[in-house]
Design a protein around this ligand. Structure first.
Ligand SMILES: [Zn+2]
Length: 80
């Protein structure tokens, strides 16, 4: 596959560079509903671990070419 699934990109809430990944199909559905957008294929999710005890990740969303695609940072809600 030509497009990498993970990339090191800057995160607007963690500050600095962290590993991001593309959304899974399920997460894309979730993101469409949460954001009210149709096109979410170019969103990258921050995998930076914020809580080492639970392994909870940042989940902040950015676009590849846009560090801050929203006025306020948006984190993808976890899948149920
Ligand atoms: Zn982050």
């Amino acid at each position: 596959m030509a497009t990498p699934r993970t990339l090191t990109l800057a995160c607007s809430t963690c500050k600095g560079e962290h590993r991001h990944r593309l959304l899974t199909g399920e997460e894309q559905e979730k993101a469409r509903a949460q954001l009210g957008l149709k096109a979410v294929y170019d969103f990258w999710l921050c995998e930076n671990v914020l809580d080492p005890d639970t392994g909870a990740q940042c989940r902040n969303l950015r676009r590849y070419l846009q560090l801050k695609p929203f006025t306020e940072p948006v984190k993808l809600a976890p899948l149920e």
